[in-house]
Design a protein around this ligand. Sequence first.
Ligand SMILES: Nc1ncnc2c1ncn2[C@@H]1O[C@H](COP(=O)(O)OP(=O)(O)OP(=O)(O)O)[C@@H](O)[C@H]1O
Ligand SMILES: [Mg+2]
Length: 304
Amino acid sequence: MIIIENLRKTYNHKSKIAVDGISFSVNNGEILGLVGLNGAGKTTTINASCGVILPSGGRILIDDMEIVEEKAKASQEIGWVSENPNFEPNTKAIHLMLYYAGFYKIPRKEAFNRSMDLLRTVGLEEDAYRPASAYSQGMKKRFALASAMISNPRNLLLDEILNGLDPSGINLIKKLILEWKKQGKAILLSTHLLGVLENLADRVIIMHHGKIIKTLTNDEMKSLGSTGIRIRADHVDKSLEMLLSKYGTVRIDGQNVIVNGDLNEKDMENISSDISSHGYRISHLDLEKKSLEEYFLTLIGEAL
Ligand SMILES: Nc1ncnc2c1ncn2[C@@H]1O[C@H](COP(=O)(O)OP(=O)(O)OP(=O)(O)O)[C@@H](O)[C@H]1O
Ligand SMILES: [Mg+2]
């Protein structure tokens, strides 16, 4: 479990406030997405949480261990993937994994087996004997994730883990993260893309200028995406328009009727049975999704 209490971080002799007194926690078995524009303070939050930068104020607990005071113990339970992982040139991936394993005093044979398992898990088994520094950007992210898991830590801090990956890489990492959630790990991941978290994160925190401007549950995220329903019936007339007006604002678009409002899947079912019972035959019924990115930008516009 990760607890962040009133975290504050300033740079440049306090003139730059990167994180401005934020508090939240990531429970065991929870995936929390940290979203924000470039410079919002995501990396600063993650780096302070894993102890590679010192907070200017507030405190961070990793499984009840204070990250600054009890760094050695707390570090054992953190798996961190940095924003731009890079590796020593000419050092083979498997040898780096064995080196990391040394920090946790994992015996050599077990370290080798575990390393190969992890490389296989992230799709890099065949590249184990290549230098990680020569990997592509997406491969580096996957390798960084494998190395972060060498000690099987209970808390994961993943900075932009899904960026730079191709669609199959994104799917693979999403599956792994969901598997680790099932094992009860607390997972914090940052991205500047809200949409990628829709089928992944239990909650999302939106940061802007170092502050939390919104927290959303997964249900809230899903309902945000849907704002209207598009219907195509065998015929469109005034009485259909009347009938639908109780659900929201009705607009006719050729053969389609669009009902706008804060509508969800349940409304879709109700509308469907309502119009069928009035004798209309529906050939098409769809939720019109307003993209999460649109919502995100509107929210940030309001914050400004
Ligand atoms: N070492 C530093 N010295 C001075 N300012 C810094 C330093 N690191 C970060 N900042 C500033 O702190 C703010 C937050 O940066 P941070 O890297 O945490 O943002 P971010 O949300 O991770 O952005 P991105 O999406 O671009 O990765 C930015 O204004 C950044 O310029
Ligand atoms: Mg960042």
